[in-house]
Write a protein that binds this ligand. Structure first.
Ligand code: ZN
Length: 462
């Protein structure tokens, strides 16, 4: 992940938050123990530098993601209800608070989902709610284990019960991490009172779109991130979920046992311990099987450990489809080959996925044989599917490709979206991280490097 810490503390520190912080200290210790079991279950060394503070970070993230349990609607809204005579005498126009960003945790698989919600209401007797409170209310419900539908309903009901409007409508648009790198947007809505009327709902929806004529909201994150995630989806790529499903089947818990590592079952118990610590009941119907699904996804995203040998002796792995888009062009330095690959990895600082595109360029002698199909994917797979940071992934990939190829020059650029920047504690949703690494002739030759980077940047793979 990027250089900056991914976990910023919330800007809204109330007395209530501080009290719960004190209560959380003991809880944090137990959470950290559980996270250690998960890391060991992956076959990792909890004492290695990059992972040393990971249990602390993950525990903090879990406490943050569940902070909403310690808040109530009353404490969040406080006395922020105002009576506006002018609103009272008006003709019942709708008030909308739009684009409230939120990040929540799915109770089904314990992975993040995030997006925006919009709340509209028609005030009754001129009673309006302080605008910032609407966002706080949304964040309170988001910081619990949720389903998108329940999140939507709870927002509506809280609004109904405390503001007593003539009508209220909630629209939630979210991306679910469980759906892989393409992250389609799911919309859910709920309405009450006069906003159940067709024309009122139309008005609400029309007003929501007023200021976003060019780019409808669902694709906004994607375009701004600079990664054409959608375009890639249509490229015959496997989604991360397909990956996970296939890999999960290949992961053998007894095999882990044989290595003296905690079995999958122990990891599941650890996840259940996390759920208890954040105040949840792992046995409630909505959470049944969630620990298993979470552990399976975690194991599936770290199968690269099984393929350590690939880097030493590159070969295409069975079952890995050739998903590389190749381009090839002659240049003064030799033959330039370009490839673009999708990847999904797991941030070792926060144990949350990051995913994006790796662009690979290498220059070989005209007589050199082209790289065998599947080798690039196998290399990237073995490096990406483990606890990683993007900077190291980029370096490992460029070294491996350069060596395998006997290339004159090799350049790798990775661009990825980090879930730890999106969910569990951080609000900035659309940023992405770019890393670049070079080997061979372009490592020190600035001019050549600039030239190759231009070629890589302007190449169109889709
Ligand atoms: Zn991170």
């Amino acid at each position: 992940m990027g250089a900056g810490s991914c976990l910023s503390s919330s800007s809204e520190v109330s007395a209530e938050d501080r009290i719960s912080e004190v209560c959380e200290e003991g809880s944090s210790e137990r959470l950290q123990d559980a996270v250690r079991i998960l890391i060991q279950g992956l076959g990792e060394d909890v004492k290695r530098e990059g992972l040393r503070d990971t249990p602390k970070r993950v525990a903090k993230a879990w406490l943050d993601a569940s902070a909403g349990y310690h808040q109530s609607v009353k404490s969040v809204l406080g006395g922020a209800l105002f009576h506006e005579p002018l609103v009272d005498t008006g003709c019942g126009g709708v008030v909308i608070v739009r684009d409230i960003e939120f990040a929540s945790t799915s109770e089904t698989n314990l992975l993040p989902f995030y997006g925006r919600c919009h709340i509209g209401y028609v005030p009754s007797q001129g009673v309006v709610l302080g605008l910032s409170k609407v966002a706080r209310l949304a964040r309170m419900y988001a910081r619990r284990l949720q389903t998108q539908e329940r999140f939507t309903q709870e927002l509506l009901q809280a609004f109904e019960a405390h503001v007593h409007p003539q009508g209220c409508a909630v629209l939630v648009e979210a991306r679910h991490l469980s759906q892989g790198p393409t992250l389609p947007v799911h919309a859910s809505s709920a309405a009450s009172g006069c906003l159940r009327q067709d024309w009122r709902m139309q008005e609400f929806l029309t007003l929501l779109r007023l200021h976003a004529p060019a780019a409808p909201l669902p694709s906004a994150d994607c375009t701004r991130s600079g990664i054409a995630l959608q375009a890639v989806a249509g490229n015959g790529c496997e989604s991360a979920v397909e990956h996970m499903a296939r890999d999960a089947a290949a992961v053998c818990p007894s095999g882990l046992d044989g290595l003296g590592l905690p079995a999958q079952e122990h990891m599941e118990r650890a996840v259940e311990a996390i759920l208890c610590e954040i105040g949840e009941d792992p046995l409630r119907p909505g959470l049944l099987g969630s620990a298993t699904r979470y552990v399976r996804a975690l194991l599936a995203s770290t199968t690269g450990y099984k393929h350590r040998a690939v880097a030493a002796e590159p070969r295409a792995l069975p079952g890995i489809r050739d998903r590389v888009a190749f381009a090839c062009m002659p240049s003064t330095h030799g033959v330039v080959r370009l490839a673009s690959l999708q990847f999904a990895s797991q941030c070792e600082h926060h144990m949350l996925p990051f995913f994006g595109e790796a662009r690979v360029l290498f220059v070989t002698e005209p007589s050199a044989a082209p790289l065998a199909p599947g080798v690039l994917e196998a290399l990237l797979g073995s490096f990406s599917r483990r606890l990683q940071i993007q900077e190291r992934l980029t370096q490992e990939l460029v070294s491996a490709v350069h060596t395998v190829n006997g290339a004159v020059a090799t350049l790798v650029v990775c661009e990825a979206v980090h879930m730890c920047m999106v969910a569990r504690g951080v609000e900035k949703h659309a940023s992405s991280t770019v890393t670049c690494a070079a080997r061979g002739a372009c490592k020190a030759d600035g001019e050549l490097r600039t030239e190759l980077l231009k070629i890589l940047n302007s190449a169109s793979f889709h």
